[in-house]
Write a protein that binds this ligand. Structure first.
Ligand code: PLP
Length: 375
């Protein structure tokens, strides 16, 4: 038995699908949610709106539950980059303001801060293993940063950052704390509010098992007023749907960041996927995935491959990256694809990322295939 029901994932009939750090296969119930919204609008147009708005609010509560935050502090966004842009472009900057961020971040996590160069913003990189101490050292190496930015889990080798510990360092330094959670949310239990995260964002198409181009954004209540809403529209104000009232009075919740018509089908499907995760239990999913990753690390070591991911309990995630001699990694990923095994080539390694419906047999199949392809 797997925590997530395998029958929800028709992809299992075609693949050993081990690429949730890339793009997940959609569960059947979320496909049905997409279809239902489209069919209903095809029949009744605007008369579906009230019911669909209610579905959005249910999805918001589900997303907030998974993040460990209040639903008032959650907005739906197009993707992770949009959420990062809301922070980078919504904050007020002065020349010389510092941003601290790790080396080797996913491009979307880095670019919004580099793009502030014309406002005199300085971006400082943390290099080497991402310990809390390494962040603390970089933070202390210059004027107090305005914000510290990091991925919860690095996209390449899957190293996890200790958010609770790092947020304390940020608070002591007077810095805001912004976390790209796309590579952890949906597989690792999250308590973002308790951990002291100020801003967090994730698109749905990885571990959240949702469709592409529909994500979540968290802003701590005390930080909401720090962000200038970048896309104000009818849906951002306290009196939404009072079409004759031209006053711009931003909503008091994170909804003020949602400008116009939301992606109703996408949010309904994302909410359905999150509900699947919540029903399975995030602790159960994490324990299962952690076990599969441990099996993969052992299996790879057993065939003489070099595991690049840290196996330490505090640093590991749902990603295992491995280097294999004797075959270029992109070619290896292609050969595995031809054998019905889905993983990817990233940061010099073969990256695997199982979820709560994958099995030990699938991991064993992967290890045997890698051993054979390497020759
Ligand atoms: C750390 C990280 N951030 C962001 C993204 C994607 O950004 P977006 O949701 O804007 O496409 C990815 C992967 O594609 C990622 O690994």
């Amino acid at each position: 038995m797997t925590p997530l029901p395998r029958e929800q994932f028709p992809a299992v009939n075609r693949w050993a699908y081990l690429n949730h750090a890339g793009i997940c296969p959609l569960p059947s119930s979320s496909v049905e949610a997409l279809r239902r919204q489209a069919v209903e609008v095809s029949l009744d147009g605007e008369f579906t709106y009230a019911a669909h708005s209610a579905a959005i609010e249910r999805a918001r509560v589900s997303a907030a539950t998974l993040m460990g935050v209040s639903s008032r502090d959650v907005a739906f966004v197009k993707n992770t980059s949009t959420g990062l842009g809301f922070v980078a472009n919504g904050l007020e900057w002065a020349p010389g303001d510092r941003v601290v961020i790790p080396d080797g971040e996913f491009p979307s996590t880095l670019y919004p801060w580099l793009a502030l160069a014309d406002r005199g913003v300085v971006v400082d990189r943390v290099s080497g293993p991402l310990t809390t101490e390494a962040f603390a050292e970089k933070i202390a190496a210059g004027p107090p940063p305005k914000i510290v930015v990091t991925s919860w889990v690095q996209f390449g080798h899957g190293r996890r950052v200790d958010l609770a510990a790092l947020s304390r360092v940020c608070r002591d330094a007077g810095a805001l704390f912004c976390v790209d959670v796309i590579q952890g949310l949906g597989v690792i239990p999250a308590r973002l509010e308790e951990w002291g995260v100020d801003f967090a964002m994730a698109d749905g198409h990885k571990w959240l098992l949702g469709p592409q181009g529909c994500g979540v954004f968290y802003v701590r209540e005390s930080c909401l007023d720090l962000l200038r809403p970048l896309e104000p529209g009818w849906n951002s104000v306290v009196h939404r749907e009072d079409w004759d009232n031209p006053a711009y009075v931003p909503d008091v919740t994170a909804r003020r960041l949602e400008g116009g018509m939301p992606n109703i089908a996408g949010i309904a499907a994302l909410g359905t996927s999150i509900d699947l995760v919540l029903a399975a239990g995030i602790e159960e999913i994490w324990s299962h995935v952690d076990g599969l990753c441990e099996r993969a690390r052992e299996g790879f070591a057993g065939i003489g491959a070099t595991v690049l991911s840290d196996g330490d309990a505090g640093y590991r995630s749902g990603i295992v990256s491995v280097h294999v001699d004797g075959i270029p990694i992109p070619l290896l990923a292609e050969r595995l694809k031809a054998r019905g095994i889905a993983c990817s080539a990233r940061a010099g390694g073969l990256r695997i990322s199982p979820h709560g419906y994958n099995t030990e047999d699938e991991i064993d199949r992967l290890i045997v295939a890698v051993g054979e392809e390497r020759g």
